[in-house]
Design a protein around this ligand. Structure first.
Ligand code: URA
Ligand code: CA
Length: 441
């Protein structure tokens, strides 16, 4: 008979686990037969000793088998999903989903809530008055068939093992593990019905994998799992050392997404959307090269079709489409204050993790017993890394609803933003694009 104790001990000693052993742990935990403390020990052993490629694929399979899969077979065409490993001010889904749908590729997107210092797409969408993210499977699929796009929260029966395991990882310091992230991400994408997957693997201070070499290993593992499980997969390694775009916060990012769909968005955010989107079009088979995809997306954006599609999406999910022309209907904070440069020079860093924490401190993060997610608060950057600033010049606009939280956010910004006399070397926005399995250990 298998026992959790023996499986934990084998992983502790660095031994390889069989598919049956991994499945025993995942299934037992979901069914409540394995306790939190045994699963925590198992996760820590896996974190420290690692899981090889085969074990990671088996873990992904067990994750998927813990729940039900979305059947998108009634949606015509190749269904391409996109997933980010988590970032700060990462507004891409709000732009990409309507943009890619308007270019002719069906987008059935399941998104999540805020996690750690990173924001959640569902929270952002809920800042549009009336917007409903809770769609049944039938509503979700019906909407994709009707207008080509839907964004909803995953129902409880999609990879329940991930929800339970993630909650434990969050409090046991076992999030930043390549096999654990890879199985979590790919399990959800495959269970979500994706035929092909474009992954945005973040690197830098605001990412779960901070160094480029670790991010690259994660990207390669994600692509390997995708290919071994019969899904075309591409991973784009992108910068998350400073926030993406200018806005960080729920309603503030909705405004930024609308600006971007009008062609007036921050250059880095627009560029990342074009890169991710062009690969989505390639995997969907409607263009043969990313350059063609980019041209099609630029045309879709400049003709206003992408913005119209966002309007259709909002209307279909009972949100107020007037938000496209009147952003005054979005929730607004009661206080705004500028954070000023303490000296002249060049911005050396805007630490994405700390900035994310400052925004969580303002109340934009997870719902707690005491308070709901505050949709109106956040930050808007006036400057980015490498920019010149003068003494006393505003660098960040802070939107807050509570004086104490505002002060706390300011003290975090003091640590996050460093000004130096010399102009720093610019970091690239895109580090690499992984299309082939290079790992195979
Ligand atoms: N995003 C996920 O979906 N899972 C992880 O484990 C980390 C980031
Ligand atoms: Ca942003």
């Amino acid at each position: 008979m298998m026992r959790a104790y023996d499986i934990i001990a084998r992983k502790r000693d660095g031994l390889r686990l069989s598919a049956e052993e991994i499945d025993f742990m995942v299934r037992g935990f979901v069914e409540g037969l394995i306790s939190d403390y045994q699963m925590s020990a198992f996760l820590m052993a896996a974190y420290i000793k690692g899981l090889n490629e085969e074990e990671t694929i088996n873990l992904t399979r067990s994750m998927i088998a813990s729940g039900r899969c979305v059947d998108l077979s009634s949606v015509k065409g190749i269904k391409v999903d996109k997933h980010s490993t988590g970032g700060v001010g990462d507004t891409t889904t709000l732009i990409l989903a309507p943009l890619v749908a308007a270019a002719g590729v069906p987008v059935a997107k399941m998104s999540g809530r805020a996690l750690g210092h990173t924001g959640g797409t569902l929270d952002k969408l809920e800042s549009i008055p009336g917007f409903n993210v809770n769609l049944s499977k039938e509503q979700f699929i019906g909407q994709v068939n009707r207008i080509g796009v839907a964004i909803a929260g995953a129902t409880a029966d999609i990879v329940p093992a991930d929800k339970k395991i993630y909650a434990l990882r969050d409090v046991t310091a076992t999030v930043s593990s390549i096999p654990l992230i890879a199985s979590s991400v790919m399990g959800k994408k495959i269970a979500g019905g994706a035929d092909a997957i474009v992954l945005d693997v973040k690197t830098g201070s605001g990412a779960f994998m901070e160094t480029l070499s670790e991010s690259r290993k994660l990207a390669e593992m994600l692509v390997t799992i995708g290919h071994k499980m019969g899904r075309q997969t591409v991973a784009i390694i992108s910068d998350m050392d400073q926030p993406l775009g200018f806005a960080v916060g729920n309603a503030l990012e909705v405004k930024e997404a609308i600006d971007t769909l009008k062609g007036k968005g921050p250059p880095d955010l627009a560029e990342l959307c074009f890169t991710l989107g062009s690969y989505m079009l390639v995997l969907a088979g409607i263009v043969s090269k990313p350059e063609e995809g980019r041209a099609l997306l630029k045309d879709t954006l400049s003709t206003g079709k992408a913005l119209d599609k966002f309007g259709q999406l909002i209307e279909a999910q009972r949100g107020d489409p007037d938000v496209l022309s009147d952003q005054g209907i979005l929730p607004r904070s009661s206080m705004v204050e500028d954070y000023l440069a303490g000296k002249e020079g060049y911005i050396l860093s805007m630490d994405a993790k700390k900035i994310g924490e400052a925004v969580m401190e303002l109340g934009a993060g997870r719902e707690t017993k005491e308070s709901a997610v505050d949709l109106s608060v956040g930050l808007v950057l006036y400057r980015k890394v490498g920019d010149r600033v003068e003494f006393g010049e505003p660098i960040v606009k802070i939107h807050a609803n509570h004086y104490g939280k505002l002060q706390k956010a300011i003290s975090i910004l003091k640590e996050a933003i460093i000004i130096s006399d010399e102009r720093p070397q610019p970091r690239p926005l895109i580090y690499d694009i992984i299309t082939e399995n290079k790992v195979s250990r």
